[in-house]
Design a protein around this ligand. Sequence first.
Ligand SMILES: [Zn+2]
Length: 249
Amino acid sequence: MVKINELTHYTQQLMLVSRFKDYCPNGLQVEGKSEIRKIVTGVTASMALLEAAKETGADLILVHHGYFWRNENPVIEGVKRKRIAFLLKYDLNLLAYHLPLDAHPELGNNVQFGKVLGLEVICYLGDDNLVAYAELESAVTLSEFGAHIQAKLRRAPMLIGNADKLIKKVAWCTGAAQGYMEIAIASGVDVFISGEVSEQTTHQAMESGVAYISAGHHVTERYGVQALGAHLAHHFDLMHEFIDIYNPV
Ligand SMILES: [Zn+2]
């Protein structure tokens, strides 16, 4: 057992929260019971995750996508009211880490996603360490690389580019980071992987010759929160369970 204040204090230091300018508060977003025995992790603090976490006896729900985003309506009504009312009713703590969890050098989404694909980060491109870079030992075609991703993520990615293009230099950023395609192009990589895709991404890929892979926002961001949850469970001797709520995007 650990007190929520002690756990939160430790996690704020671990996640280097003060280094980031983010679109949401990082750390404790909704306060619940003071004693923590079980952590449930998930990608997004949706109602389905809250209900599943309560069913499995969670004291703390740890997510990548929490609440209170910069440009959203601050009024507590509708979907937001139901979620917060549920947390308060069952005395559940909600802890959320957004950019600090993407970028963390050991537990972060980018590093952990790379591990799943067998990619070891060599360096980062652009600002804030948010675009990871690795090189394959030997080049494979785009379609072969896509099949590898599908096998590892158990989800078919969208591939944009010549299927026979040889891939060796790989850049990636989990989530909705298609906006970083320009950084990838400027860096001269063979392929850029992220979770979502925009209409203009296809043109950028075809005209630059840098292939693009849209591998899924949810699936690319499943790994950081699991690594952080496992780390906290080990550090404080707590129970931890990751609950994967299906999302097609
Ligand atoms: Zn995300």
